[in-house]
Design a protein around this ligand. Structure first.
Ligand code: NAD
Length: 482
């Protein structure tokens, strides 16, 4: 029996105004309907914004220690229910169970981080010439914040948006992706169980077309924190009013440079872990591998051998390296890029739709490795968001940097080398918000800033870490004489 999950508005679990629901399908087995969710429309979105607006004054006045306790209690709820939440995450999104569990635990860690860090985030005092005047700034919450998240990290991405918003005294309307709404529901539920006052956190599910405009354009919405595709992010950024802050975390085309002195086995592991775990569906996933000419063949041989040995299957089955793609649309997009790659470059392995036996009801594609890829090709330029690696040959460090930077994106970039000169120069030369040296392009700490440059993010505010608190607060400067 498939369960139906409702919206949470103004402290009540409620049906959508439409009375309709949408099915949440398991991408590993499309016969399995994981859950049903409210198909909300603009009326629900308006009710959620109104509830958040009405709750703002009370939440802002709530002692920060009390707000922190709710974050800690929500974290405890996630930890206590991590196995069950992770299993649902794998069922609705497809990633392997161990990664799903890591994500839930990391989300709890994020909540705990902001419960502490938010309490140390304040203003400054400013020296001045008047001995009878104190000049200081204080940080204040913005008001109603909309959080819109994608399906690929359906717990950790909204967690790193909602936690800093709440601890700084904002109220929130949270809309998860319709392709992984149950994980978002579980996150919202954790806050509700932790005793969130009514109206402070509102949760609605529904299509972007139905609820998006109200969540972004309502006058009461003072900030929109969005993670998703560059196309959607740009549209939202443009449609928000001048008094609405935006923070858009968008796409990537992340390079891994393999220098001539790199430990090649390690470099292969970086490519596979960074590019193919999560079936390539990470915004920071490695997509382009720029390899120095003298080690290209040796690296490629090792990479192909390891990719061929990867185990693909249902993420619930222990020992799998890759699960399915998350949606039918995602699978079509990825297969389209593989077809484009076959026409432009040389396919060394994989790239096949898997449709027989255990794969027959899921969105599976075998991981593909292309070589002879040049910078003008589509598979070298466009975000694929799937298990596809493109090997590009380079002849020098300077050429590697030029090719790596020849992209509209700038989210994450890595280099494999033993040479401290390359390490040092790479950190300076690469146009990327995240720089990894002998580490995967994927992965970021909860206590460090995260975000991209160029078209990977809006040029506004960073997420995550202490920097993540800035977006949710505005500065007031006070001149107090006596
Ligand atoms: P998407 O843009 O299709 O959707 C993301 C979310 O935005 C969903 O909840 C969707 O319903 C909503 N949405 C879409 N258009 C909207 C609109 N006009 N108004 C309001 N809401 C709208 O992205 P996706 O397919 O869910 O996720 C994959 C994309 O996300 C990839 O491009 C990936 O690179 C990116 N991503 C970026 C980061 C990052 O931190 N930079 C992290 C993860 C994913």
């Amino acid at each position: 029996m498939t369960e139906t999950y409702r919206n949470y508005i103004d402290g009540e679990w409620c049906d959508s105004a439409t009375g309709r629901t949408t099915d949440n399908i398991n991408p590993a087995d499309t016969r399995d309907i994981v859950s049903r969710h409210a198909a909300s429309d603009a009326r629900d979105a308006a009710a959620a914004v109104a509830a958040a607006s009405a709750a703002f004054a009370g939440w802002r006045a709530t002692p920060i220690g009390k707000r922190a306790k709710i974050l800690n209690d929500a974290a405890a709820h996630l930890e206590a229910n991590a196995d069950a939440i992770a299993a649902e995450l794998t069922r609705e999104e497809g990633k392997v169970l161990s990664l799903a569990r890591d994500e839930v635990m990391r989300s709890a860690q994020t909540l705990r981080f902001y419960a502490v860090e938010g309490q140390t985030y304040g203003g400054e005092t400013y020296p001045n010439d008047d001995p009878d005047m104190l000049v200081y700034s204080q940080r204040e919450p913005l008001g109603v914040v909309t959080v819109i998240s994608p399906w690929n990290f359906p717990v950790s991405i909204p967690a790193r948006k909602i936690a800093p918003a709440l601890i700084t005294g904002n109220t929130v309307v949270f809309k998860p992706s319709s392709d992984a709404p149950l994980s978002g529901y579980r996150l919202a539920e954790a806050f509700v169980k932790a005793g969130m006052p009514k109206g402070v956190l509102n949760f609605i599910t529904g299509s972007a077309a139905e609820v998006g405009p109200t969540l972004v354009e309502s006058r009461a919405v003072r900030a929109v924190s969005f993670t998703g595709s560059t196309a959607a992010g740009e549209q939202i950024h443009k449609s928000a009013s001048m008094t609405t802050r935006t923070q858009m975390e968008l796409g990537g085309k992340n390079p891994l440079i393999v220098m001539e002195d790199a430990d090649l086995d390690r470099a292969v592991d970086l490519a596979i872990k960074g590019g193919l775990s999560l079936s390539g569906q990470a915004c920071t996933g490695t997509s382009r591998i720029l390899v120095m000419r003298e080690v290209k063949q040796a690296f490629t041989d090792k990479l192909v051998a390891k990719v061929r040995a990867l185990k693909i299957g249902n993420g619930m089955t222990p020992g799998m390296d890759l699960g399915p793609l998350a949606t039918r649309k995602q699978r079509e997009t990825v297969l389209g890029y593989i077809a484009a790659g076959r026409a432009e470059a040389t396919l060394l392995c994989g790239g096949e739709p898997l449709e027989d036996g255990e794969f027959s009801h899921g969105y599976y594609v075998s991981p593909a490795v292309f070589t002879d890829v040049t910078p003008a090709m589509r598979i070298a330029r466009e975000e694929i968001f799937g298990p596809v690696l493109a090997i590009m040959e380079v002849g020098s460090y300077a050429e590697a940097i030029a090719v790596a930077n020849d992209t509209e994106y700038g989210l994450s970039a890595a280099i494999a080398t033993r040479n401290p000169r390359y390490m040092h120069d790479f950190a300076h030369d690469i146009e990327s918000g995240t720089v990894k040296i002998n580490r995967t392009t994927t992965g970021n700490l909860v206590n460090a800033p995260f975000g991209g440059i160029k078209r990977s993010s809006t040029a506004t505010f960073r997420e995550s870490g202490r920097a993540g608190l800035e977006f949710y607060t505005q500065i007031k400067t006070i001149y107090r004489g006596c």
